[in-house]
Ligand binder design. Structure first.
Ligand code: B12
Length: 441
């Protein structure tokens, strides 16, 4: 039996103005190219637990409508994010018309299962590892079930994590790779559409598994740059330090996502630097308390930390690790002045890099449910707008057009060459002065 594992590659943006801007700014262009080249770790992971007598092939498709379909597969399994779910449905229809059974999985279908079930022979909800052996068994005997719900049987025990089949990737196509060291996050942000929606419990992959994956990548691809596909890497500090000590011996460069609590653990930050950490991505979302109030729904963590944001950036960067701050435009209670607030904060904090997106209600999240109740989702069927770079809801203190204008203006000012150079200069300057006065924050 031969299964085709299909990912839909490339970034997605519906709004043409942003696409045009993307080509104007070298830093954005460069980052977009790097990002577009990341493979689907979910599919490579499933390949890693497919029985040896089943052949698997990993494919990436950019344009599902133009693609001339391969005829060599007995079944295809596709990975979906919300923005590309409709593309996956169209591709599924073409395979099914040829008589090839289609299995859909990933965050996209997990968050909107009812629609997905109309378009596939089987839909996998939640973490694939939990049910993939059953899917393959049922495929072999021609008895696929319509739904495999891993959430009812999870969580997946990360000590059983298979080695992803990185060997299915061609070396010249991929400049960087993702490795996952943990799943879940202690916080519950209303908008979060990430892996806590697959399975909410926080878990870590054993350090020796992570190191084995990195060694495999080095064996196959030399000295690859690694992006940890984590939600919040350093939550469990004891284990994080153990991981960092092991990583130091591997001489790799990497970046990851974290909350800002790491800023007050100097020991951790030193270990991160020594272990090859180039950058941490942190979701600040907005620099004002009122905008963040209620966003994190367990203990209002984001709003409570906002007064310490600037200090956090300085404390992390003085270890030589750059901070890439993520901000969101369109939070409730904010108007067009947000763009100015974010710009000012980015400049004053001296953060090295920045990402800005629209607040985006993804189906299946608490934010979507609330906005749907309030009648604020612009078009509930337009899932292709869930790109983080297209507006799909009505903001409460500005019009959609005002939000879009503020966003484009902010992107322009954040990424113009002088702004990028200024951030890089500020980082180097800050590092120099921290080295002169190591105790200063
Ligand atoms: C790495 C990454 C990417 C990579 C690789 C994407 C990919 N195809 O895997 C790149 C850079 C290409 C990318 C692009 C985009 N991304 Co992205 N990305 C991530 C990131 C950082 C990690 C994802 C990851 O690798 N997880 C680890 C793997 C193991 O998990 P997984 O893929 O979910 O797979 C598991 C299950 O879902 C399931 N599964 C998955 N597929 C399948 C298929 C089958 C058949 C089965 C049975 C099971 C199954 O089993 C797997 C193992 O448990 C997350 C944020 C985060 N911290 O999680 C955002 C994230 C997934 N991205 C997001 C978005 C919005 C995008 C873009 C739409 C952005 C844009 N405007 O272009 C594009 C879409 C690209 C595309 N064409 O599909 C959102 C998605 C939210 C949502 N619900 O849709 C996230 C959560 C970030 C966020 N801020 O919200 N992304």
């Amino acid at each position: 039996m031969r299964i085709g594992l299909i990912a839909m590659s490339g970034l997605r943006i519906c709004k043409p103005e942003l696409l045009e801007l993307r080509f104007t700014f070298p830093r954005v262009q460069e980052r977009a190219r790097e990002i577009e080249a990341l493979p689907s770790l979910g599919l490579l992971t499933l390949a890693g637990m497919t029985p040896a007598d089943v052949e698997v092939e990993y494919l990436e498709v950019r344009d599902v409508d133009q693609w001339s379909l391969p005829t060599r597969f007995d079944a295809v399994a596709m990975s979906t994010l919300t923005a590309v779910s409709c593309e996956a449905f169209r591709l599924a229809a073409r395979f099914r018309a040829m008589g090839v059974p289609v299995i859909l999985g990933g965050l996209g279908v997990t968050l909107s299962p009812t629609e997905a079930m109309k378009h596939a022979d089987a839909v996998v909800l939640g973490e694939g590892e939990v049910v993939w052996p059953d899917v393959v068994r049922d495929l072999r005997r021609g008895a696929l079930q319509p739904v495999y719900d891993a959430r009812a049987r999870g969580p997946f025990d990360m000590s059983q994590a298979p080695m992803p089949r990185f060997d299915l990737l061609s070396p010249e196509r991929y400049p960087r790779f993702s490795v996952q060291t943990q799943r879940g996050c202690p916080w519950a942000c209303e908008f979060c559409a990430s892996s806590i929606r697959l399975e909410p419990r926080f878990r870590v992959k054993p350090v020796e598994h992570v190191i084995a994956e990195i060694r495999r990548l080095k064996e196959l691809f030399g000295s690859p740059f690694i992006e940890f596909a984590d939600d919040n890497t350093f939550v469990n500090r004891v284990r994080a330090k153990e991981l960092l000590r092991a990583l130091e011996k591997e001489s790799v460069r990497w970046f990851t996502e974290s909350d800002l609590s790491i800023a007050w653990d100097d020991d951790l930050l030193s270990l991160m630097r020594d272990a090859g950490c180039a950058q941490v991505i942190i979701g600040f979302e907005h620099p004002k308390y009122a905008a963040l109030d209620g966003v994190e729904q367990k203990v209002n963590w984001k709003a409570r930390m906002v007064g310490r944001y600037e200090e956090a950036v300085r404390r992390i960067q003085r270890h030589g690790i750059t901070v890439n701050g993520c901000f969101v435009l369109g939070l409730d209670g904010t108007g067009t002045e947000s763009a100015e607030d974010i710009l000012r904060f980015v400049r004053e904090s001296g953060m090295y890099d920045v990402q800005v997106t629209y607040l985006t209600p993804f189906p299946g999240t608490p934010l979507w449910d609330r906005m749907a109740r309030e009648g604020r989702i612009l078009d509930e069927s337009a899932t292709e707008r869930c790109t983080l770079f297209d507006v799909n809801f009505r903001p409460d203190r500005m019009t959609v057009a005002e939000l879009e204008e503020a966003f484009l203006g902010l992107v322009g000012r954040l990424y113009e060459e002088t702004a990028v150079q200024e951030r890089s200069r500020a980082f180097r300057e800050h590092l120099r002065s921290a080295r002169r006065r190591p105790a200063a924050a």
